[in-house]
Design a protein around this ligand. Structure first.
Ligand code: SF4
Ligand code: SF4
Length: 377
């Protein structure tokens, strides 16, 4: 990161205004009916000042703590992927005109988005989706267009949630790359400010335009202390050594039957995951039969139709669907894209209605392997 600056809360408001004047739609965290959502913000008044979240397996609760911190919550259910990789995207439309029809293809429709409040693990998730959508034979023009014009202000984490395990993957709680500006929020009895650094030329010019004060040594030390305390507060972990092989070698492990007894195959885990990218295509006509549209929508490997092919369905059971998801995420994803499909954000644990925790499931499989090696299990 470049030279650190000290941004006041007014400076942050100037940044929001400047981004809007440059044509960005500014998206940030807001409190909406008791949950943090990423949505359009008009000013820093829209940020969820004083709100903190409590998370546990299958549990989320947002509460006001009477403070002033803008970014005191951990992570919301939604991730930034819903702006970069739209949940519904029209691909092609047909309009009937007499006996012929016209065809229109959906082109670069993305707005230039400025994100405020991206967490370090979320930056990593975006970099993973960059690989998915910009490599191989099939590039996603909508995603690439959104990313080309995307400005990101990251905020280092000041509160670890019970389900966070970013430290296992080295993806948090401090942002190292993938941002234009990174902030650490400092709030104490006397002061509320941000230690800021630029991560790109555009971030540097925006900071120069606002002209904040240089950070002094004590500010930088305070920022390091926030990150150190957050890191120390992370209690959940996943042992990733040899994980891809562990899962690919254990497709018949008895623990998959145990998870299948609990898993509802609702697909929540895939919807909230910031890296999951499966989609399906839906064709529909209007009632008059004059227009037809082909739309790409998010799909999940947990839905019954996902593995339906000519001749049958090759993943009928809950066991096969959960195993597919976890094994892809933590094992075959590495083979496919060169990185893990998990960044340790913990969303799938919080938003699983029955509180299935992938770190515990992997631990059970690992434990079972150890027992098998000792002649047990
Ligand atoms: S693991 Fe949980 S969130 Fe995922 S499909 Fe099963 S019940 Fe739903
Ligand atoms: S698998 Fe779960 S913990 Fe990992 S990135 Fe996806 S939602 Fe987050």
């Amino acid at each position: 990161m470049n030279e650190p600056f000290r941004l006041s809360t007014e400076d942050l408001q100037h940044i929001v205004m400047s981004l809007q004047q440059k044509g960005y739609e500014v998206i940030g965290p807001r409190n909406s009916d008791g949950v943090i959502v990423y949505d359009r913000i008009h000013s820093t008044d829209d940020l969820p000042a004083g709100f903190v979240d409590e998370q546990a397996p299958g549990m989320y609760r947002l509460a006001k703590n009477g403070g002033t911190q803008f970014f005191g919550y951990t992570l919301p259910p939604q991730s930034w992927k819903r702006f970069l990789y739209l949940p519904r995207r029209e691909l092609i439309a047909f309009d009937k005109d007499g006996k012929s029809f016209g065809v229109s293809h959906q082109k670069d429709e993305a707005k230039p988005y400025a994100f405020i409040g991206a967490r370090p693990c979320e930056l990593k998730a975006i970099s993973i989706q960059d690989r998915v959508f910009s490599s191989g034979d099939y590039l996603d023009d909508g995603y690439l267009s959104a990313r080309r014009r995307n400005f990101i202000i990251a905020v280092n984490c000041s509160h670890a949630g019970e389900n966070c395990f970013c430290t296992s993957f080295g993806t948090g709680p401090e942002a190292e790359s993938g941002f234009d500006i990174a902030l650490t929020e400092i709030v104490n009895e006397e002061k509320h400010f941000f230690v800021a650094g630029a991560g790109s030329d555009s971030g540097k010019s925006l900071i120069e335009e606002i002209g904040p004060a240089r950070a002094v040594e004590g500010d930088v030390d305070a920022a390091h202390e926030v990150i150190r305390k957050t890191s120390d507060a992370i209690t959940k972990s996943l042992d990733i050594a040899g994980l891809p092989k562990l899962l690919s070698d254990n497709s018949d492990h008895p623990h998959w039957d145990d998870v299948a007894k609990r898993c509802l195959t609702c697909g929540n885990c895939t919807m909230v995951c910031p890296t999951c990218f499966c989609s399906t295509v839906e064709d529909a006509t209007d009632l008059s039969g004059k227009t037809a549209k082909r739309t790409r929508i998010w799909d999940s490997c947990f839905t019954m139709d996902f593995a339906r092919v000519s001749g049958g369905n090759f993943r009928i059971s809950a066991k096969s669907r959960y195993r597919q998801w976890l094994t892809h995420k933590l094992s075959s994803w590495v083979e496919q894209f060169g990185v893990s499909g998990c960044v340790g954000c913990g969303r799938c644990i919080t938003w699983c209605p029955v509180g299935i925790d992938l770190t515990a499931e992997v631990g059970a499989i690992k434990g079972g392997v150890a027992k098998q090696e000792n002649g047990g299990s």
